[in-house]
Design a protein around this ligand. Structure first.
Ligand code: NDP
Length: 399
């Protein structure tokens, strides 16, 4: 079918690349390009012998000209951005200049402010429309599958959705007192920011970890979960017409929260640069350097994740409750692709998003979030490519 250029070669990219190689009918060729080329070469070597042709390249994704030169050389059908959120706009600029479709898994963030907003990327709508190319934003799990679940619920089970609760549970245990399951800098910025939820047409802000609930997750059991702001709240509030409230909860263990509090109290999670031995350093970036690399957690992590959405609304004048979720086992993921479930649950939907854009099933000029496309092919692909979903019409609700 075609060729993808994958930018970044970290935890999520590694899974997506494994999955592209499993799906060689669509991904006949991939180019893996990242800041550290040796990581791309090591992965290429690991995957050698399959039907997908793999090439590698070094690129600084902050440099638009370097990206344009790379895209012009490789001529991919789609660019799958699995670097960091800081690089979204430069990669989108390069896609515009070369008229190449674009897919990512996280919204743009300026490096010096932890702000989770689509406004910078939505500002590219007209430019992408005019260029006749598609940008698919947030094709991971959350955002990503959670938006697809919402579109699927709306299409098949509801006339109106009034309430959405997104529940992200990671019951994996890696045996370390403190580590993050994906890029520590991005993860800590997200959880130490104020929380917020959407209600009656506006965002209501909360203090970090202010709202706590306990939920009995299928196949996992009861876990403490906390309300966070999450980027899909913004797009779902816009795209699911008539929704009255959307909340996002994530589970955290006590040890994680105690360590985080301590690190915050001593200033280690700050993104404000400080002077250290004559050099400017960002405490959070230094913390990232001393924490375990998320990629190293794979072999040690046991247990399951359960991520899904609970919808409440009406169909044919009758109240409906609907819970759709995926359960993923860390060790099964490790056996299959050498990564734990947090990277797996993001890397698989990233491959699926790129596949749907590449095959033309999800393609229209402009900048779109996942819930703006027909959810059915994505839902089928989740079952086919390792993230089967389950549903319940009588779930426990979150109060
Ligand atoms: P990692 O830190 O493991 O990987 C990031 C990769 O990007 C690394 O290979 C890194 O290179 C590369 N990179 C960073 N800066 C540049 C640059 N300037 N030029 C070229 N390459 C660069 O992160 P993850 O794999 O955990 O996360 C990847 C993305 O997925 C992030 O945007 C994250 O927010 C998103 N994500 C989305 C989720 C979802 O459900 N939607 C869930 C989890 C993550 P190097 O190896 O040199 O450091």
């Amino acid at each position: 079918m075609g060729k993808a250029l994958i930018i970044g070669c970290g935890g999520v990219a590694s899974v997506a690349i494994h999955k592209c190689c499993q799906n060689s009918e669509v991904f006949e060729e991939i180019c893996i390009a990242s800041r550290t080329k040796s990581k791309c070469d090591a992965l290429k070597e690991k995957l050698a012998g399959g039907r997908t042709k793999i090439t590698t390249a070094q690129v600084d994704a902050d440099d638009v000209d370097a990206l344009i030169a790379l895209i012009e050389k490789e001529k991919p059908d789609v660019v799958l951005n699995l670097a960091l959120p800081y690089q979204d706009l430069t990669i989108m600029d390069a896609c515009l200049a070369t008229k190449t479709h674009y897919v990512d898994t996280a919204n743009y963030e300026p490096e010096d402010t932890a702000k989770f907003e689509y406004k910078w990327q939505w500002a590219y709508r007209e430019k992408f429309e005019k260029a006749g190319i598609t940008a698919l934003l947030g094709s991971g799990f959350d955002p990503g599958v959670t938006g697809v679940f919402s579109a699927y619920a709306m299409k098949h089970y509801f006339d109106e959705i009034h309430y959405i609760d997104i529940l992200d549970c990671n019951a994996g245990d890696h045996g370390y007192p403190f580590a993050t399951n994906f890029n520590p800098e991005i993860n800590i910025r997200e959880v130490s920011a104020n929380g917020s939820y959407w209600e009656d047409g506006r965002f209501i802000e909360t203090k970090p970890m202010e709202i706590k609930r306990v939920y009995d997750f299928p196949e996992v059991g009861p876990k403490d979960m906390y309300l966070l702001h999450h980027e899909e709240l913004e797009s779902l509030a816009l795209n699911i017409k008539g929704v009255k409230r959307i909340r996002f909860f994530m589970t955290f263990g006590e040890s994680y929260l105690t360590h985080l509090k301590c690190l915050e109290d001593v200033g280690m999670t700050s993104i404000e640069p400080i002077e250290f031995e004559g050099k400017q350093i960002v405490p959070l970036q230094f913390l990232k350097a001393v924490l375990p690399d998320p990629a190293s957690l794979g072999p040690r992590t046991k247990g399951k994740t359960n991520i899904g959405c609970i919808f409440q609304g009406v169909k044919d004048g009758k109240p409906v409750r609907y819970y759709v979720y995926n359960v993923c086992d860390h060790q099964e993921c490790y056996k299959e692709v050498g990564s734990q479930a947090v990277s797996y649950t993001t890397g698989v939907p990233a491959m699926i998003g790129a596949m749907l854009v590449m095959t033309g099933k999800w393609r229209k000029p402009g900048v779109y979030n996942v819930e703006e496309f027909d959810p059915d092919p994505f839902m089928d692909a989740l079952n086919q490519w390792g993230l089967p979903w389950q549903e319940s019409f009588d779930p426990q609700l979150v109060d």
